[in-house]
Design a protein around this ligand. Structure first.
Ligand code: URP
Ligand code: ZN
Ligand code: ZN
Length: 460
C-alpha cells in the first residue's frame, strides 16, 4: 500500500518547501521532487495546497460522565469529527470519579476507544485520589504506555484532589518522568462566590464567570506552581484563559519551574459576552475556566506568537443545548460545562490566527501539532513530516471558503458555538498512517483504524 502526495507546499514548525511525499505502509518513506508513483500507488495532487503534519488535540473529553450527565460524542463520532477538521491524534482526559478504581477506569476508557476510534489516541491519566493503591496502579498505567497525568484543583468531591494528594502525585510524577497536566482554579473561592450569587437571585448563565473571575484561576496556577517548584515535577496548565493566570505561569517559569501552557481555541475567539446572551442562549458558552473579557484574546495570541503559550487545544466537552444545558436553567452552577469545538479548532486557528495576521504558519503548526507531540512524548512519530514519521498528513486548501453550521457538522451535539462564522481554508485530504480518512469535509475512513499510542516518559 503506498500513497504519493505530489507538489504540495510542505509546512512544518520550522520549514517550508514544495516537494512530493511518498508514504509506504504506515510511514513517510521519502520526500523529494518529482517522485515517480510506485505501481498501484494512490496519487493525490496537492498543487496550490499546504501539507501539514497531522494535528494533535492535547485536551479532549470523549467519554465523560460529568455533572449528572455525560458528554454526547463517543469515539465513533468524536474521532470522525476530529479527522474532518484535520486532527489526527487525540489525547483524552481519562477522568474517573474519586469513587472509582484508577486502573479499572483506565481500562474502561481504553474500551471506549479501541475498535471505534478512527484516529490515533492516548490518554492523560486522571489522578482523582492518591493512596497506596492508587500509587501502585499509576505505576502500572505508566508501564502500559501512559506518560502524562491529569489533576483537578477544581471540582472538589468529583475529580478534585487535596493538597496532600497533589504533593504525592507530583513527587511520583517527578520520579517516573511523567508530566502533570492540571486544571487550575481555586475551588473554595468558586463555591463561596457561587453561593453568594445564587442567594442574591443571580442564577443565569452570565453569572458563571462572576463565580470564577481571573484571580480564581491565577490563584490555582500560583498554587500549582508552588507545589511544582518544591517537587521539581514537570507541569502543564490546561485551558489557561487570561492574563492573570499567564502572569503566574511566566513568573514561575522565570524561577525555574517546568511548566507548559495550553490555551483553547474558544478563549482565542470568544469572550464572556457570549455567556451573557439572553434567553438561556448563554448556556451554550458556559465552560470552566469561563470565557473572559475580550482584552485577554490579544494577550493569548501574543503568548502563542512569542512562545509563552505552547499549545492550542479544544477541551472538547459536548452537551446538547436542548436536553442537557437546561439542567442549569435556574441555577448556573448546574449547567454542564463545555463548549464543543473538536471539529473546528484547526479551521478557526487558521482563519482567525494565520489569515488575521496574529500568528504565522509555522507557529500554527507548532502550537497545534509539533509542540504537543514534543511535550507528550509523541515526537517525531507525530508532529513531523520526515522519513520514518507516521504518515499523518493534512493537505489543506487555503482557497476554500465556507461557513460553520450545526447542519453540516460531524460532532454529535445539537448546536455549534460558532454558527454562521466564516472559514477561510480547510483540510481537503487527511491521512492517518497512510490511509485517506477524510476528503473535503467528509469522513471516508474506517471506524477502529485508530491505534493506542504507547508513550515513554521523558520529563525526569
Ligand atoms: O468546562 C469544561 N472545561 N469542561 C470539561 C471539563 C474540564 O474542566 O476540563
Ligand atoms: Zn478542566
Ligand atoms: Zn477538560
Amino acid at each position: 500500500m503506498s500513497l504519493l502526495i505530489k507538489n504540495g507546499e510542505i509546512v512544518t514548525a520550522d520549514s517550508r518547501y514544495v516537494a512530493d511525499i511518498l508514504c509506504e505502509h504506515e510511514t513517510i518513506t521519502r520526500i523529494d521532487r518529482d517522485i515517480a508513483p510506485p505501481a498501484g500507488a494512490e496519487v493525490i495532487d496537492a498543487t496550490g495546497k499546504y501539507v501539514f503534519p497531522g494535528f494533535i488535540d492535547p485536551h479532549v473529553h470523549i467519554y465523560l460522565p460529568f455533572m449528572g450527565t455525560a458528554a454526547k460524542d463517543d469515539y465513533i463520532t468524536g474521532s470522525q469529527a476530529a479527522l474532518v477538521g484535520g486532527t489526527t491524534t487525540l489525547i483524552e482526559m481519562c477522568c474517573p470519579s474519586r469513587k472509582e478504581d484508577t486502573l479499572a477506569s483506565f481500562e474502561t476508557w481504553m474500551t471506549q476507544a479501541v475498535g471505534k476510534s478512527a484516529c490515533d489516541f492516548t490518554f492523560h491519566m486522571g489522578v482523582t485520589k492518591f493512596d497506596d493503591k492508587t500509587e501502585a496502579q499509576l505505576r502500572e498505567i505508566v508501564r502500559r504506555g501512559i506518560s502524562s497525568f491529569k489533576i483537578f484543583l477544581a471540582y472538589k468531591g468529583a475529580f478534585g484532589i487535596d493538597d496532600t494528594e497533589l504533593y504525592r502525585t507530583l513527587k511520583l510524577a517527578k520520579e517516573l518522568g511523567v508530566i502533570v497536566t492540571a486544571h487550575c482554579e481555586n475551588e473554595t473561592l468558586i463555591t463561596e462566590r457561587s453561593k453568594e450569587l445564587l442567594a442574591a437571585g443571580k442564577t443565569d448563565s452570565g453569572q458563571h464567570h462572576e463565580s470564577r473571575p481571573p484571580l480564581v484561576e491565577a490563584e490555582g496556577v500560583h498554587h500549582l506552581m508552588t507545589f511544582a517548584e518544591l517537587t521539581g515535577a514537570a507541569t502543564y496548565i490546561v485551558h489557561l484563559s487570561c492574563q492573570e493566570a499567564l502572569d503566574e505561569a511566566i513568573a514561575a517559569r522565570q524561577r525555574g519551574v517546568r511548566v507548559g501552557v495550553e490555551t483553547l481555541i474558544q478563549y482565542l475567539t470568544l469572550d464572556k459576552s457570549y455567556a451573557e446572551l439572553p434567553d438561556f442562549e448563554g448556556a451554550k458558552y458556559v465552560m470552566s475556566p469561563p470565557l473572559r473579557d475580550k482584552r485577554n484574546q490579544e494577550i493569548l495570541w501574543n503568548g502563542l506568537r512569542d512562545g509563552l503559550v505552547q499549545t492550542v487545544a479544544t477541551d472538547h466537552a459536548p452537551f446538547d443545548f436542548k436536553t442537557q444545558k437546561p439542567m442549569g436553567r435556574t441555577d448556573f452552577t448546574k449547567i454542564p460545562n463545555g463548549i464543543p469545538s473538536l471539529e473546528e479548532r484547526i479551521n478557526l486557528l487558521y482563519t482567525y490566527g494565520v489569515k488575521a495576521g496574529k500568528i504565522d504558519l509555522h507557529t500554527f503548526v507548532n502550537v497545534a501539532s509539533t509542540q504537543v507531540a514534543k511535550l507528550f512524548d509523541l515526537f517525531p512519530r507525530k508532529g513531523a513530516i520526515q522519513p520514518g514519521a507516521d504518515a499523518d498528513l493534512v493537505v489543506f486548501d487555503p482557497n476554500y471558503r465556507g461557513t460553520i453550521s450545526v447542519k453540516t457538522q460531524t460532532m454529535n451535539v445539537d448546536y455549534s458555538a460558532f454558527e454562521g462564522w466564516k472559514i477561510e481554508g480547510r483540510p481537503s485530504v487527511v491521512t492517518v498512517r497512510g490511509q485517506v480518512v477524510s476528503r473535503d469535509g467528509k469522513f471516508v475512513g474506517k471506524a477502529g483504524h485508530g491505534k493506542f499510542l504507547q508513550r515513554q516518559p521523558s520529563h525526569f
